[in-house]
Design a protein around this ligand. Structure first.
Ligand SMILES: C[S@@+](CC[C@H](N)C(=O)[O-])C[C@H]1O[C@@H](n2cnc3c(N)ncnc32)[C@H](O)[C@@H]1O
Length: 251
């Protein structure tokens, strides 16, 4: 690889790999660029440097909820295929949002995820738990019906949580919408797995509709707010209705 010429990368069997190329970066360094799926048999030598281009970071449940420093799914998929076989057990001792566990499931391996953070364990469990499709659809219909019938007056004082600086973090209309969504999810007459799924969907919209800066990893409010949040945004985000579209709520 270091004889000055760029080489076609081949598998151990000498079969050429179309999506793997040796490139030279702006500093003149050779890098192996892999576009898409990483072949299990990709040759790796000491000192090799890779650029992996990934296109499926949000497929299936991978995209559910933010989590710091998530793997791109192709990375654990590659390592699982490379170093284990179907029926084996894969361990991720810092499993975070469960990317490795999802990939283990998809590649027919058992898996164990360990994480010190209870939220990580909760999120991972939700991402790998199969749900009953009919039950899920009927819960979804129920939630939509309730959301379409939303009125601020349906939210009682006891539905609104108290926490420090609440009214700075979240606008009043949004607090009411979030409280209503939470209450509606809790009122679902379904299995805990379905409720947990909607609880995590609910959690995933909170930051976007709060006054927190979306571009900062830490949760902070800028003195001069750099985003606008409008009434109905929490309901729209939760249901997946784009902001430009109207959600026809009860008068
Ligand atoms: C970068 S995240 C892993 C992200 C994961 N690869 C994914 O795709 O979502 C690192 C994780 O290690 C966990 N962690 C840190 N120290 C730990 C410890 N001593 N024991 C268990 N988990 C730990 C953190 O809670 C965090 O979830």
């Amino acid at each position: 690889m270091s004889n000055g010429k760029l080489q076609q990368i081949t598998l151990f069997s000498n079969q050429p790999l179309d999506n793997v190329k040796e490139i030279v970066n702006e500093f003149g360094e050779k890098i192996i660029r892999v576009d898409g799926e990483i072949p299990a048999g990709l040759p790796v030598k000491d000192g090799d440097r890779f650029l992996f281009i990934s296109y499926d970071q949000s497929i299936l449940t991978h995209g559910l909820h933010k989590y710091p420093a998530k793997f791109f799914p192709k990375l654990p998929r590659w390592l699982i295929k490379r170093y284990s076989k179907e029926g084996d057990t894969v361990l991720d001792p810092f499993s975070g949002s469960g990317t490795t566990n999802i990939e283990a499931l998809l590649t027919k391996r058992h898996s164990i995820g360990i994480d010190v953070d209870p939220f990580s364990r909760y999120l991972s469990k939700i991402k790998i738990t199969p749900l009953d499709e009919k039950e899920l659809q009927s819960a979804q219909k129920y939630l939509l019906r309730c959301i379409l019938n939303y009125k601020p007056s349906k939210v009682l004082k006891k539905d609104i949580p108290i926490f420090p600086y609440r009214d700075n973090w979240v606008n009043r209309e949004i607090i009411l919408e979030l409280a209503y969504l939470k209450k509606t999810i809790e009122s679902l007459n379904t299995s805990d797995d379905i409720k947990d799924f909607f609880r995590i969907c609910f959690s995933s919209v909170i930051r976007a509709v709060s006054n927190a800066d979306d571009n900062c990893t830490r949760t902070v409010i800028r003195k001069k707010l750099n985003k606008k949040v409008y009434p109905a945004d929490a309901l729209k985000k939760f249901t997946g209705v784009p902001r430009e579209k109207e959600l026809r709520l009860a008068a």
